[in-house]
Design a protein around this ligand. Structure first.
Ligand SMILES: [Ca+2]
Length: 382
């Protein structure tokens, strides 16, 4: 059973894998409720309108992790991103130029290396994405170099990567806040999250690609219909976003590391300004778009994000847990956490090739990290 209890409260003797805490955000129309909001009440109009947007297709029941996760890959060192191509999985490790290929239960094999990868701070080999074009399969990678961050692509055939082709080079980079997630949207465009490289003022500077979500053609050109003419910038005012996904309506969503107070779950609109560094979390300032949900940074630290049949799954890195988010039919966003502290930090989450949910663990020491697989089931409570 779900427990709707105080934020930060750990239910004693909760069975393994059961939800520990559930946080319900109050909506404008709900008035005072007994639900506990970890979101600030400010600017819930934005949250409410976002929720209304999603409600028409929201399923009656949420998906929840079902049972004990099974280890399908071990011995990884800071795995950062994983994708599937058919039955193959491919995974990046932050400190390595090598991309590993795996199938659940087998020892991972090298699929090839990416040139010019330089790992320092939170940079290195970061996000992966795939694209099938005609009969060709491409693996895209976002990685750090000695001079900022770069997006490349490599053909993938018979388990091996071909030569890398640069898609976009010279992205802002630094020792921290490199962003690094990439994914193709339902519009066939490639999106990338770029952190503000610990230069907060760049997030509001439309001439800089730091602190932005970018949108580009699969070959790296700027699309004609981007919100700012001649710019890769799709949305701005971000701090260090590391998760992007889309729901079945085509709406984009993103997770973002906050500074000291609030981590964010944002509904992304073209040209939107998400506030950093003027606002962290829900500020209620009409000049900026507030997050739909926010969490104290010790509970979340969101990295990877995916969406499966009406439920968002968020890799809680700092909070060392898996989060789900659902938007109820009445527009109320609800977040639930699982496995707190059981699998170390969690860096990425994705639909696996075995039909289960996969997530990547990141211990602080970095060694013997794993990919876990867990089945999903409808929540027993509507
Ligand atoms: Ca924000």
């Amino acid at each position: 059973m779900k427990r709707r209890i105080f934020a930060g409260y750990a239910a004693p003797n909760a069975p393994e894998g059961s939800p520990r805490t559930t946080h319900r955000a109050t909506g404008l129309t709900r008035g005072v409720t007994t639900a506990i909001a970890i979101t600030a009440i400010g600017s819930l109009a934005a949250a409410f309108s976002s929720a209304v947007h999603a409600q028409s297709t929201a399923p009656a029941r949420a998906l929840i992790p079902d049972g004990t996760p099974v280890e399908i890959v071990s011995g990884l060192r800071i795995p950062w991103s994983a994708v599937t191509i058919g039955q193959d999985g491919l995974v990046s490790q932050r400190g390595s130029a090598e991309i590993l290929r795996f199938r659940p239960g087998d020892t991972p094999q090298s699929a090839g290396t990416v040139p010019d990868v330089v790992a320092r701070g939170d940079g290195g080999m970061l996000g992966l994405a795939t694209r099938t074009e005609g009969g060709n399969v491409w693996l895209y990678a976002y990685h750090s170099t000695s001079a900022g961050n770069r997006i490349v692509r490599m053909p993938y055939a018979e388990g091996m990567l071909g030569d890398a082709e640069i898609i976009l080079d010279g992205l802002p980079g630094g020792r921290a806040h490199n962003g690094g997630r990439i994914a193709f949207g339902p519009d066939g465009m490639l999106y990338a999250t770029v952190g503000e490289t610990r230069n907060p003022e760049l997030s509001q500077d439309l001439q800089s690609l730091a602190g932005k979500i970018l949108r580009m053609m699969p070959e790296g050109d700027i699309p004609d219909d981007n919100p700012f003419d001649g710019s890769y910038v799709y949305s701005f005012g971000h701090r260090n976003p590391q998760g992007i996904t889309w729901d079945e309506t085509g709406q984009m969503w993103a997770t973002e590391f906050g500074n000291n107070t609030w981590d964010e779950f944002n509904r992304i609109v073209p040209g939107g300004n998400y506030g950093w560094p003027v606002v962290e979390g829900q500020g209620g300032n009409p000049d900026y778009i507030d997050p739909v949900l926010q969490w104290p940074t010790d509970q979340m630290g969101p990295s990877g994000l995916t969406y499966i049949d009406g439920t968002f799954f968020i890799a809680g890195l700092t909070g060392q847990r898996l989060w789900t988010v659902n938007i109820a039919a009445d527009g109320t966003p609800e977040a639930t956490d699982y496995y707190t502290g059981e699998y170390a930090r969690i860096r990425d989450v994705l639909p696996g090739s075995d039909g289960n949910l996969w997530f990547l663990t990141n211990t602080r020491g970095g060694n013997n990290n794993r990919i876990m697989s867990v089945s999903l089931a409808p929540s027993p409570t509507p």
